[in-house]
Design a protein around this ligand. Structure first.
Ligand code: URA
Length: 206
């Protein structure tokens, strides 16, 4: 009765990983060739109450296959630490799973190519809170979850709380500045810190 055995979250995540590794039609697949780089699928708890969604892997991420493990990742770790949330208890991923050349902004066709994987990851994890990191994931998630009419610039809506409906129930969206944007901007870093305090009000229990 193998066909009737319900797939676990881990099985479903493994299928996504395998599909992304074999995603030869991706506009960014050629970037992997000869560069000893990997797609970055995501990392953390499959039962996470909070899911962080960034933009696309940078150099360190593509070399290791892990999200937010470079300079921006240090900021993210620092912010998580400041609200007492262990990184292993959240789930961290990006919309685009391969590194755009020279870390340029992801193109609309790259976002559309990879977004279905992100949608499936959200359905598997069923987070209570989605924290978007930067304007690309903010725009994608808000439009995808029917909040397109509330979209404004990230400087206007960072740290605000939006409620949306998904196929598995309601979810809270909190747009955040991208940690990389705060690296050389102490004022933005203070804003990100305040916004993490908003996040800390949500229980990690599901
Ligand atoms: N920036 C992102 O958006 N994602 C990462 O994983 C690293 C840097």
């Amino acid at each position: 009765m193998v066909g009737n055995v319900a797939k676990t979250k881990t099985d479903l995540m493994r299928s996504i990983r395998d599909e992304i590794f074999n995603f030869k039609d991706s506009p960014l697949y050629a970037e992997r060739a000869g560069n000893k780089v990997f797609p970055v699928i995501g990392e953390g708890s499959h039962d996470a109450a909070i899911m962080f969604i960034g933009e696309a892997p940078g150099k360190n991420e593509a070399l290791t296959g892990r999200p937010f493990c470079g300079a921006a990742g240090k900021v993210l770790d620092q912010m998580l630490g400041s609200i007492g949330v262990p990184r292993k208890d959240v789930y961290i991923t990006n919309i685009v799973k391969d590194r755009p050349p020279q870390n340029r902004d992801p193109l609309p066709e790259e976002i559309s190519a990879y977004a279905p994987f992100l949608d499936r990851q959200i359905d598997i994890i069923q987070p209570k809170v989605i924290a978007t990191l930067g304007r690309f994931s903010m725009k994608y998630i808000m439009e995808r979850l029917g909040l397109g009419n509330m979209l404004q610039s990230i400087s206007a809506i960072h740290g605000k709380i939006f409620e949306a409906k998904t196929s598995y129930g309601s979810v809270t969206i909190v747009p955040l500045y991208h940690p990389a944007a705060t690296l050389y901007n102490p004022e933005l870093k203070k804003e990100l810190q305040k916004d993490f305090e908003v996040l800390s009000e949500f229980s990690l229990e599901k």
